[in-house]
Design a protein around this ligand. Structure first.
Ligand SMILES: [Zn+2]
Length: 367
């Protein structure tokens, strides 16, 4: 049996590089030789929460590479093609799956990542092993061909780019959109800045902790005007409503939309209070705080609060179209590259964010 190196997560929370057998593709499956795998912060938190149902397991839900082998019943012409793997495992038959809302499926789980569903997840039983390895076995239905001008690095991050597009589409912004993005210096924030102009944004207000890290984001917005709000410059903002006030000064008519990626704290509620009439806040940060508004306030301002997670095939197809046509490029979002042998360092860098980090990837075959 051919063997490979893989990053294996254990119930203890430990992550080990181990030698395991290369999987063999069965009917309807392909074996992908991984060229690049993304790493996302939050993996260790999900591990601690018990969201990984099969342990030990190989991590890595953001995958791009070459099809090394096509199983029975799969078009043999797929062998040798450049692909990205769609990590979303859903039932394919429920009302959500059949209407382009597959992240809401009760069987939802992700290849190389956590299981989120409340129902049976038969696909996760077989495909829980991910792409932080030299090879990964996936359903042939879960690979998308990569256009020639899309690198493996960007292909691996397509899921996050799709998440940003999902959030942007949910805002229903008018074509002259005044858009606020919170936690703008992270992976989701930076991806959203890149694609905002295709979904109605005409000006951006970026919110983050550090003024220096916010300044570095300006080139990502292209020709969209950008203003920034550094929380470090608003002492005591948490208790004084300082973020609402500052956003109100910058946008006297209110924001048309807010993409909110705050993972905790009062920032979500304070940003929401800066919405203009008819505005929407789309939240994708997992904030456990409560919203302090009355239902009447929501009605009176015609506000919408939209909770959302993950992305649909339509979202990632939109991203691929924008990249393939040259209207958008995303290579500059990738700030950190690691060989698989330095995975521990990569996890520490993405988890601590001691230095600015937008997107990080791992190359399994790098020395
Ligand atoms: Zn379903």
């Amino acid at each position: 049996m051919k063997q490979m190196i893989a990053a294996r997560a254990y119930a203890s929370g430990e992550l080990k590089l181990e030698t395991v057998d290369v999987p063999v593709p069965g009917p309807g499956e392909v074996l992908v030789r991984v060229a690049c795998a993304g790493i996302a912060p939050g993996i260790t938190k999900l591990l601690a929460k018990g969201r990984f149902r099969h342990l030990p397991t190989t991590l890595g839900h953001e995958i791009a590479g070459l099809v090394a082998e096509a199983g029975a019943g799969v078009d043999p012409a797929l062998a040798g093609r450049r692909v990205r793997v769609s990590p979303s495992l859903t039932c394919g038959r429920c009302e959500y799956c059949l209407t382009g809302r597959e992240p809401m499926c009760a069987s939802t789980a992700m290849i190389g990542h956590a299981a989120f569903g409340t129902g049976p997840m038969p696909l996760y039983e077989r495909y829980h092993d991910g792409g932080l390895a030299e090879y990964v076995r996936v359903p042939a239905t879960h690979v998308d061909l990569l256009p020639d001008n899309v690198s493996f690095d960007v292909g691996a991050k397509l899921h996050d780019l799709g998440n940003a597009v999902r959030a942007l589409r949910q805002t229903g912004m008018p074509a002259s959109g005044r858009l606020v993005i919170t936690a703008a210096t992270g992976t989701m924030g930076t991806a959203s800045i890149k694609f905002a102009r295709f979904f109605g944004a005409r000006e951006l207000v970026l919110v983050g902790r550090s003024g220096a890290r916010l300044e570095a984001l300006r080139p990502l917005a292209g020709d969209l005007p950008v203003r920034t709000v550094a929380l470090e410059d608003l002492p005591g903002w948490e208790d004084s409503g300082g973020l609402t006030r500052r956003l109100g000064e910058l946008l006297p008519h209110g924001a048309d939309a807010i993409l909110d990626f705050f993972p905790s704290g009062p920032g979500t509620a304070q940003a929401m209070a800066a919405l203009g009439t008819g505005g929407a806040l789309v939240h994708m940060g997992g904030n456990t705080s409560m919203l302090p508004f009355s239902i009447r306030d929501m009605m009176h301002h015609c506000w919408r609060f939209v909770g959302t997670r993950s992305c649909t095939k339509e979202d990632t197809d939109l991203v691929l179209d924008l990249l393939a046509s040259g209207q958008a490029a995303a290579d500059d979002l990738i700030t950190h590259r690691f060989p698989l042998s330095r995975l521990a360092e990569a996890m520490e860098a993405t988890g601590s964010r001691k230095e600015p980090i937008w997107m990080a990837i791992v190359h399994p075959d790098a020395a």
